[in-house]
Design a protein. Structure first.
Length: 454
């Protein structure tokens, strides 16, 4: 990263210090003289000493509640990442989520597998002010060995774990589960998020990882730097659902006219102000860009950009997909994740993506692309069995009109399927592939013979 840092610093003349945290002993021998105002962490800490060698008490700057604290970028699911400016208010949400809902205290050890760019990285590092021990891990936790992650759980006595759903999928698919030598005695709660958590992962966690603990998905966003729906230690967990609305957050699922829905798929909105909403977007001086991005659909309501359904009995939330990824075939609105939950159980299917195709009169049909696992083949028999399963598990109206094989599925850096890219390509719409980590996959959706003439 040091060569990149040299160029970045040139474009930031206001920087007073660039503090480099070394992860290896030999890093201290590297030449950082060309990084303006650069120094290593140990040098920086020494600047805090008085002339007699003593360390003065930390002086905390008193600032207003809306004082800007940092910029967090969105993942770029629907376009280029947006630079969201957050203020001090997010700390209140962090305390609410972790200390109240999740029952964190000084004896807790929290694990987060979050890259530095994720909102969760900011949230978990902030737990230090509550006296919680934090384990921050960047990278793939099974890189060293199939059991390395479970070894860490026991070694560090982790109590609460947050792990991306894509990694949990990998652990299931690879069979990287705890052995009889792992006790996992300390583990109380396993949370997953970052993208839709498949309902079958609940079965995997309780059958293959640990029975006597809580497992749940959580729902938050970069826009909130916290949660909207999450685990609540006093409530039961239902398979595939997030149990509770975060305290003080007024969330609704609404239809296209803004009417609240119960038991039906709709868009998630926040209807009243909360302390951890973003202060604005970087360089958006009059707030017009923020209003355009988040308030234009439903005046006075903050549109999150995700679709979900609230169970009218349990009041739990099931996340369906991004708002741009909903499908409406023959009058039936549904989320792509509903299809994935059925299709990706099939041993022949290693991955899938379901998107809408439109004709000239804007009639819509669902197209399901299947990535076939090595050693299996795409066949009419497989298509027939998938159609039957979707019809039985959901309804006949959920069955995609077209089911095809594809060699690869587009993803972004956060491990999210990029339905919007596949949809734009098959509908011959312009798109920007900058956020795709495997852009070569997009060529498989161009000029597909079976989609012509609709």
């Amino acid at each position: 990263m040091l060569p990149k840092m040299k160029e970045i610093v040139k474009g930031l003349p206001s920087l007073e210090k660039v503090i480099i945290v070394s992860t290896k002993g030999e890093s201290y021998s590297k030449d950082i003289s060309e990084i303006k105002n650069g120094c290593f962490l140990n040098e920086f800490l020494e600047l805090g000493r008085e002339k007699d060698g003593s360390i003065p008490p930390i002086q905390f700057e008193q600032v207003s509640y809306d004082h800007p604290l940092f910029i967090n970028y969105t993942s770029g699911t629907t376009g280029l990442p947006k630079p969201l400016v957050h203020g001090i208010g997010y700390l209140l949400a962090v305390f609410r989520d972790f200390s109240m809902h999740l029952d964190a205290h000084r004896g807790s050890v929290y694990f987060s597998m979050s890259p530095v760019g994720w909102a969760t990285w900011n949230c978990f590092t902030s737990l230090l002010f509550a006296g919680v021990s934090v384990v921050l891990y960047e990278g793939v936790p099974f890189f060293r060995s199939p059991t390395y992650f479970w070894d860490l759980v026991d070694e560090l006595k982790m109590t609460h774990i947050f792990i991306p759903s894509s990694i949990l999928n990998d652990l299931q698919n690879r069979g990287y589960i705890p052995t009889k030598n792992h006790s996992l005695k300390s583990l109380k709660l396993l949370m997953s998020g970052g993208s839709v958590v498949k309902s079958q992962l609940f079965d995997f966690v309780y059958s293959s990882i640990k029975k006597d603990m809580a497992f749940t998905s959580v729902f938050g966003s970069t826009e909130f730097l916290g949660s909207c729906f999450l685990y609540e230690s006093t409530l039961p967990i239902y398979k595939g659902e997030i149990p509770a609305i975060s305290l003080g957050v007024n969330v609704e699922v609404i239809d296209e006219t803004g009417k609240p829905l119960d038991g039906e798929v709709g868009e998630l909105v926040v209807t009243k102000p909360i302390p951890n909403l973003p202060l604005g977007l970087w360089k958006d001086k009059d707030g017009s860009l923020l209003r355009e991005k988040y308030f234009y659909k439903y005046p006075g309501k903050f549109a999150i950009g995700d679709y979900g359904v609230i169970n009218p009995v349990t009041r739990g939330l099931t996340i369906c997909c991004r708002s741009d990824e909903t499908l409406k075939q023959r009058g039936c609105r549904f989320g792509s994740s509903e299809i994935y939950n059925v299709v990706e159980i099939f041993p022949e299917v290693t991955d899938s993506i379901c998107v809408s195709q439109y004709n000239k009169t804007m009639d819509e049909r669902a197209v399901l692309f299947l990535k076939i696992r090595d050693g299996y083949s795409f066949s009419e028999d497989l298509v027939s069995r998938i159609r039957e399963a979707i019809s039985n598990e959901l309804t006949i109206r959920h069955v995609p009109d077209i089911i095809l094989e594809v060699k690869d599925i587009p993803y972004n850096a956060n491990g999210k399927k990029m339905e919007i890219m596949a949809k734009k390509i098959i509908n011959r719409m312009p798109y920007n592939a900058e956020t795709i980590v495997n852009p070569e996959s997009l060529t498989y959706y161009e000029n597909v013979p079976e989609l012509q003439g609709f």
